[in-house]
Design a protein around this ligand. Structure first.
Ligand code: F6P
Length: 320
């Protein structure tokens, strides 16, 4: 194998640059050229790429986002786009491709694999909704972002006896809201995976303030509702001063945590070494501390990753 490529696709996350760096350094140390495809699959179709060197990835490890940039590429959902992407890779004499991204990216990776391109996928999305991996790249850093914001929020909530409803990202997965709720000592974590009753919530909030507590935090995953709607309903039912914080894309940036840097290094090195062994058509994962491999066919049919029952039980025991 003389030349491989790497791209980042879908929603960006912290750790992507660290993963790209690991791919580049592992490729070059094995005398393999590494081509960086810019702007995800769209760049592959538009032939936007650059030859990467160790200098290209120098001082990038600690930077959030992806210096190759990313995009959501509708053309990859159709045959003409998939064919053009495949042809471009073959014309560039790319013998292996590392795709770093979320579930949509892995479906694109499978289509390229089916057309003769050797692909290894790395799970990267703050949502942690990708099946067959305990953690995706970017999740830990996103959680640290949320926790920092909620800890700050508690200061002002306590100063005014306020209830705050905090909306996290996650698409249809409640992992970020649930784990941040546990880590921040929130009263509730409203997630799409579980039902909740706003009457019960309001009764509990009233009891808390009657007992003299000076703040309440309610986490809500974007897939379970809008913070403003929930705040309005609380205000209407119990008249509390309720404010909201919608964290949005703030969760996706920032310098990657040590966990994400190590995971990125492990994923990036393993991806290249797997290609060099002649294996492909797989997504890497973290499974009980070790790096696993799962067929892309299985990953793309696996649906959303379910939240561990142990986490749900832990939250319930802690009264969330
Ligand atoms: O999939 C990652 C994610 O951040 C989701 O949590 C969020 O709903 C979505 O991307 C936002 O997409 P965009 O960056 O295109 O607005």
């Amino acid at each position: 194998m003389k030349r491989i490529a790497v791209l980042t696709s879908g929603g960006d996350c912290s750790g992507m640059n660290a993963a790209i760096r690991a791919v580049v350094r592992t490729g070059l140390s094995n005398n393999v050229e590494v081509v960086g495809i810019q702007k995800g699959y769209q760049g592959l179709i538009d032939r936007q790429y650059e030859l990467l060197t160790t200098k290209s990835v120098s001082s990038k490890l600690q930077v959030g986002g992806t210096f190759l940039q990313s995009a959501r590429c509708l053309a990859m959902l159709e045959e003409p786009g998939r064919r053009l992407a495949t042809e471009n890779l073959k014309e560039m004499e790319i013998e292996g491709l590392v795709v770093i991204g979320g579930d949509g990216s892995h479906r694109g990776a499978l289509e390229l694999q089916k057309r003769g391109i050797r692909v290894i996928a790395i799970p990267a999305s703050i949502d942690n909704d990708i099946p067959f991996t305990d953690m995706s790249l970017g999740v830990d850093t996103a959680l640290n972002n949320i926790i920092h914001a909620v800890d700050n929020l508690k200061d002002t909530a306590s100063s005014h006896d306020r209830t705050f409803v905090v909306e996290t990202m996650g698409r249809n997965c409640g992992y970020l809201a649930l784990v941040a709720g546990i880590a921040c000592g929130a009263e509730y974590a409203l997630i799409p995976e579980s039902r909740y009753d706003l009457n019960d919530i309001c009764e509990h909030l009233q009891k808390r303030f009657q007992e003299g507590r000076d703040n309440s935090i309610i986490m809500v995953a974007e897939g379970a509702g809008k913070a403003q709607d929930i705040a309005d309903q609380i205000k209407d039912r119990v008249g509390f001063e309720t404010r909201i914080m919608v964290l949005g894309h703030y969760q996706r940036g920032g310098s990657p945590s040590s966990f994400d840097r190590l995971l990125a290094a492990r994923f990036g090195v393993t991806a290249v070494e797997t290609l060099l062994r002649g294996e492909s058509g797989k997504m890497l994962g973290l499974s009980c501390g070790t790096i696993s491999q799962t067929d892309l066919e299985k990953v793309t049919q696996g649906g959303r990753r379910d939240i561990d029952e142990t986490l749900l039980r832990l939250a319930s025991t802690l009264g969330i």
